[in-house]
Design a protein around this ligand. Structure first.
Ligand SMILES: Cc1cc2nc3c(=O)[nH]c(=O)nc-3n(C[C@H](O)[C@H](O)[C@H](O)COP(=O)(O)OP(=O)(O)OC[C@H]3O[C@@H](n4cnc5c(N)ncnc54)[C@H](O)[C@@H]3O)c2cc1C
Length: 411
């Protein structure tokens, strides 16, 4: 009854479980699916997020399964280098940038939470249908998985909706909001076992959305055969998409065309795509920022609160920062209603700025700038197109807004 009820065992929900457990606040995580399995493809954790995960004692466990990313490298669609900058520790941060399989990240969090809090603190097959509250606490109603016929209710002190982009709790409070907003860009994602590309720890972005853009980065160290597991995302402006489902299979023929002549000295892109283990298709979506997330003893966290288009490597990181802020509020403020209000006060405006900046000026705005200035033609030298200072300013501007400039992290 005095527990914090966490709805959803994704990145945000599990991190919240760990931060609350560390602060001695009892909590339990309720997850919709019958078994938490390592699904998804690549995800990036920037230094502001890895700082918080290190504070939870997870850096070594993450380093074992992730790649410590060393540089961001931008090319046009002719394979010409536009800009390169160091990342994470290589850029002088106190904490690394990790590129990691989403499933590996989720498993590190889940194992740590079960070890520290007890296996009975994660309850699967509990799909949240809605939350009610009174002056003494909350009552959460679950079914036995999505579409299940059985009903269970659980009482708690507060309820935190970490149930992702299709959040049931967000829909309860904002029933007229409609489906997530399609950005006009469809994504095809996959992983390929391939020999290391460039530094072997490079985050590559190439091309531009109107013709076809690729994001490529390794997420697991090379195995005995010398091949790394390398994540890639093809992003193409597309008027419509078919279905929004994280596990929807995609078809090579639907997107490989624009990349068919990308034979670069640093990578044969079509051969690399064709060698993928599998292809997933997912539309690039977000939602307009909300005016509020907190309703008395109930609040939203992570994608449930602020889904953002994945152009700044910030979705998982912002969920992790939410977890830290919410735990500080619940530890420092005795009244749970005031604590949830303080959490919203600290995080809503900050994440709103990121959602909006991801739409207009995320780090890949560098590619748009060069695409426009060159009219999508090869250049003789990049200095004729854009100065190094302008490129640095584009990149640093995003870091400041997303909260991971070096100065911000040392405060
Ligand atoms: C299956 C899956 C695959 C993903 N793959 C990628 C990827 O490859 N790359 C990427 O950048 N991002 C991916 N994401 C999204 C990414 O994890 C989030 O953007 C980010 O990490 C923020 O995390 P979150 O905890 O807010 O949401 P999520 O990590 O999405 O977690 C939400 C959790 O809530 C659970 N849930 C949903 N509805 C309910 C309900 N009604 N009741 C109880 N539990 C519920 C979900 O099963 C999930 O475990 C994926 C998400 C999911 C669910």
């Amino acid at each position: 009854m005095d527990e914090v009820i966490i709805i959803g065992a994704g990145i945000g929900g599990l991190t919240l479980g760990l931060t609350l457990q560390k602060s001695g606040i009892p909590c339990r995580v309720y997850e919709s699916v019958p078994e938490v399995r390592a699904i998804g493809v690549g995800i990036n954790l920037l230094p502001h997020a890895t700082k918080e995960l290190a504070a939870l004692g997870l850096e070594a466990a993450l380093a074992k399964v992730a790649i410590e990313t060393r540089d961001a490298t931008f090319f046009n669609r002719f394979g010409q280098l536009i800009y390169q900058e160091p990342l994470g520790r290589a850029a002088g941060y106190d904490h690394p940038q990790f590129s990691i399989h989403r499933g590996d990240l989720q498993m590190v969090l889940l194992d740590a939470f079960r070890d520290r809090a007890g296996a009975d603190r994660v309850i699967v097959n509990h799909h949240c249908l809605g939350v009610e509250q009174d002056s003494a606490g909350v009552t959460v109603t679950f079914s036995d998985g999505p579409g299940g016929k059985e009903r269970f209710t659980v009482r708690g002190r507060v309820a935190i909706a970490c149930d992702g982009i299709n959040s049931a709790v967000r829909k309860q409070f904002f029933p007229d909001e409609g489906e997530p907003r399609y950005s006009g860009v469809n994504m095809w994602r996959g992983v390929t076992r391939w020999k290391p590309i460039l530094s072997g720890a490079s985050m590559v972005r190439a091309g531009w959305l109107s013709h076809g853009k690729m994001v490529i980065y390794p997420i697991r160290e090379a195995s005995a055969d010398g091949l790394q597991l390398i994540n890639w995302v093809a992003e193409i402006e597309t008027p419509n998409y078919r279905k929004r489902d994280w596990n929807r299979a995609g078809s090579l023929d639907d997107f490989i065309g624009p990349f068919s002549d990308w034979h670069f000295d640093w990578l044969d892109v079509p051969a690399f795509i064709r060698a993928a283990d599998s292809v997933l298709e997912f539309p690039m979506v977000d939602q307009d920022p909300l005016p509020r997330w907190t309703f008395g003893r109930i609040t939203l966290l992570g994608d449930a609160a602020h889904p953002m288009v994945p152009r700044g490597s910030n979705g998982a990181g912002q969920a992790i920062l939410d977890a830290k802020a919410l735990t500080s509020a619940l530890s420092g403020i005795a009244d749970p209603v005031a604590a949830l209000a303080a959490y919203e006060q600290q995080r809503l405006e900050a994440t709103t700025r990121i959602v909006l900046t991801n739409r207009t000026n995320p780090p890949d705005a560098i590619l748009r700038e060069v695409f426009q200035r060159t009219h999508d033609r090869p250049f003789k030298t990049i200095d004729d197109v854009i100065s190094r200072d302008e490129l640095v300013a584009l990149s640093d501007g995003y870091k400041r807004i997303a909260g991971y400039s070096k100065d911000a992290l040392r405060q």
